[in-house]
Design a protein around this ligand. Structure first.
Ligand code: PGA
Length: 232
């Protein structure tokens, strides 16, 4: 069994001591941490002798210019950040243009972790049309990870039935297969939403998920490291 891809999304938390705890506790585990912008360079330096990679939680939909407070893909690239999260529900909810952000990340050659997922109402209807619409932006399979994150599962402690996760993964794979030229086998599809050290193994063994995107539990290094160990 190949090891899974595990990525922690630290969201908007003050994570200086959390990152120091990772530095102190990590051994040879390989996984990613998406940190808030101000910590990017510092975190890269702190964890440079480990197998932990540091990515960004987002980027501007614009290339450059008079967009106060925003951070461009070119800036990320310039400081040596190669992975960026796009399309997270907490960002989509702000009304940003995820498609334009995806495009900017592509222009800079960044590896994109692209989030898609259905709402509670859509889930109740078994409706994946919104999720499929979100997948439309995907142009090719290079430098891409897809994260399936049901909106109703993010931060709620509610994990879908295994069969529901598998149905979503099948829908995503079928969509990619019929809409993208070339081999899609290299595209990893993660699950995200209320995953922790207690439930990761069961989700992994009942579905063909390629790994996890982890929010809350990634703020607790010992839990996150246990997830990584269990998913080896
Ligand atoms: P959660 O967040 O693990 O806290 O549910 C997942 C995410 O937002 O990526």
């Amino acid at each position: 069994m190949t090891s899974k891809t595990i990525i922690g999304n630290l969201k908007m938390n003050a994570v200086r001591s959390v990152l120091e705890a990772y530095r102190d506790q990590v051994s040879d585990q390989s996984f990613g941490l998406l940190v808030p912008y101000p910590y990017l360079g510092w975190a890269q330096d702190l964890l440079k002798d480990t197998s932990v990679w540091i990515g960004a939680q987002g980027l501007s939909e614009h290339a450059q210019g008079a967009y106060t407070s925003q951070v461009s893909g070119a800036m990320l690239k310039e400081i040596g950040v190669h992975q960026v999260l796009v399309g997270h529900q907490e960002v989509r909810a702000l009304g940003v243009d995820a498609k334009a952000q995806f495009h900017q990340a592509r222009l800079q050659g960044l590896k994109i972790i692209y989030c898609v997922g259905e709402s509670a109402e859509e889930h109740a209807r078994g409706d994946f049309s919104q999720l499929e619409a979100q997948l439309e932006v995907i142009d090719h399979g290079e430098d891409l990870i897809v994260a399936y994150e049901p909106i109703w599962s993010i931060g709620t402690g509610q994990v879908p039935e295994y069969s529901e996760i598998q149905a979503a993964l099948n829908t995503i794979r079928a969509h990619l297969k019929s809409n993208i030229a070339g081999n899609i086998d290299s595209i990893q599809i993660l699950y995200g939403g209320s995953i922790d050290n207690k439930n990761c193994e069961a989700v992994m063994s009942h579905t063909d998920v390629d790994g996890f995107l982890i929010g809350g539990a990634s703020l607790k290094p010992e839990q996150m490291l246990e997830v990584v160990e269990r998913c080896k």
